[in-house]
Design a protein around this ligand. Structure first.
Ligand code: ZN
Length: 253
């Protein structure tokens, strides 16, 4: 049994986050090395580790960031003003690390929402966002839309609350070999959804028309093949996966 498990049994719950940080620090030391770098926690490691199931992902041993978040950090750092500009940010379905990082930046006024996650600051259905229009400079929506039956309504709501001139990164899995999105609202059983859409809680597989759907909501869409720009050495260093392009969406001024 790891020492942190024993500590969690004997210490009050308020100490759990401290114990968890201690465990992650120890893991970081255990996996320390120069081969790989995590852009999320800036750690250096000899290897990354498998994490989760269906699908198993390759995570940073210290902060557990998965490949798509490592790509997001690199993109935000190198291609946007996210870490420098004064921004009002809306984060849909937050992850703990990204949320903590955003909250730690004095230049960012941060709000996270989710329909059910206890991590979110506010519980909210993004097909009916209870927020004022034109109120955010930036929206981050990572792998959410493929779960939402009425994705058009969600996209329209995201567009509504974004300020004119604002930008959003709206990521979903996209099968670029497909012309059109595959969806069938009659498929509701989790096993059937897994067979049809690759995951038990997905409701579609987006094709290249994902861009058209975003444009119908009003966005200008720039598909950035940032992995290609980064190149093989960076893909190896940051342990990225060649499975997505960045959908950078802007609201016309
Ligand atoms: Zn990390």
């Amino acid at each position: 049994m790891r020492v942190e498990s024993i500590l969690e049994k004997v210490l009050p719950a308020k100490y759990y986050p401290r114990v968890e940080r201690m465990y992650l620090k120890r893991r970081g030391i255990r996996y320390w090395g120069w081969k790989h770098t995590c852009p999320c926690c800036n750690g250096h490691f000899r290897t990354f580790v498998p994490w989760g199931t269906k699908p198993v992902q390759i995570a940073c041993p210290r902060c557990y960031s998965v490949a798509r978040y490592r790509l997001l950090y690199l993109y935000l750092r190198n291609k946007t003003g996210f870490f420098k500009d004064s921004l009002k940010v809306l984060d849909i379905a937050p992850t703990q690390n990204f949320q903590e990082m955003c909250k730690s930046l004095p230049s960012i006024d941060y709000l996270s929402v989710d329909i059910s996650s206890p991590l979110a600051i506010v519980r909210m259905d993004i097909t009916a966002i209870a927020l004022t229009e034109n109120s955010f400079d930036c929206i981050i929506c990572y792998h959410v839309l493929e779960h939402i039956p009425d994705d058009g309504k969600a996209m329209a709501e995201l567009f509504r609350v974004l300020k004119p001139g604002g930008w959003a990164i709206l990521q979903t899995p996209v099968d670029h070999s497909r012309d059109t999105t595959y969806e069938d609202p009659a498929i509701t059983d989790p096993d059937a959804r897994e067979s049809a859409f690759n995951q038990c809680d997905h409701v579609r597989i987006y094709g290249r028309d994902y861009k058209d759907r975003l444009e119908r909501a009003g966005f200008n869409v720039h598909i950035d093949d940032y992995l290609e720009e980064l190149g093989e050495a960076a893909i190896e260093r940051y342990v990225l996966i060649r499975d997505e392009k960045i959908y950078l969406c802007t609201k016309p001024s």
